[in-house]
Design a protein around this ligand. Structure first.
Ligand code: PNS
Length: 173
């Protein structure tokens, strides 16, 4: 039998219940799953730094003994080869995700044909959920119940309050 190691890459800023749903599905399918937080994202200033994201993910996957969390830099396919991984796991929530995911999967395959991308669907109730929406709702003081675990909700609220107070402090009246 083959030992299938999959990488689940992303920015996880912060981890959502949709991510956790996918991690649980992936943990059942693959022998080993590495949740890999990308360092070099061209996405503007993140809410959480990489170590904070890693710590929250680790706290959330404690019960899964074939799942680990890591931080990677550079090309995903290079990291896959370094980790002896044969698959990349990505979630597809809606048709709108498909075009970008297809482009990424095919480009990754062109660069590294030994690595296959596997798409999985999270539960329907998470199909509208993203880290970006969680950050936006939090900044505007809306409810996060059911979108992220309780511990992550507390961390998000603390972080948003901290960033907003820094902003207020540096802005002239
Ligand atoms: O959670 P995200 O932001 O959708 O994750 C995107 C991610 C991290 C998977 C993607 O940006 C990525 O793979 N970055 C690593 C750099 C890389 O390999 N880029 C070429 C992709 S074809």
């Amino acid at each position: 039998m083959k030992d299938i190691v999959a990488i689940y890459p992303g920015s996880f800023d912060p981890v959502t219940n949709g991510h956790l749903d996918l991690i649980h599905r992936g943990a059942k399918l693959f022998d080993r799953l590495i949740v890999a937080i990308a360092r070099n994202l061209d996405k503007g200033e993140p809410l959480f730094d990489l170590d904070e994201r890693k710590e929250m993910l680790q706290a959330m996957i404690g019960d899964l003994d074939n799942v680990t969390v890591d931080i990677f830099e550079g090309l995903l396919v290079t990291y896959c080869i370094q980790q002896n991984a044969n698959a990349v796991l990505r979630g597809i929530r809606a048709v709108s995700d498909y075009e970008f995911e297809l482009q990424m999967a095919l480009m990754n395959r062109k660069m590294e044909p030994r690595v296959e991308t596997v798409f999985m669907m999270p539960a329907e109730k998470y199909s509208y959920l993203s880290s970006r929406i969680v950050r936006e709702i939090a900044k505007l003081g809306g409810p996060l119940t059911g979108l992220v675990p309780e511990m992550v909700e507390q961390r998000v609220r603390q972080k948003v309050a901290q960033k907003q107070s820094v902003l207020v402090g540096t802005h002239p009246k």
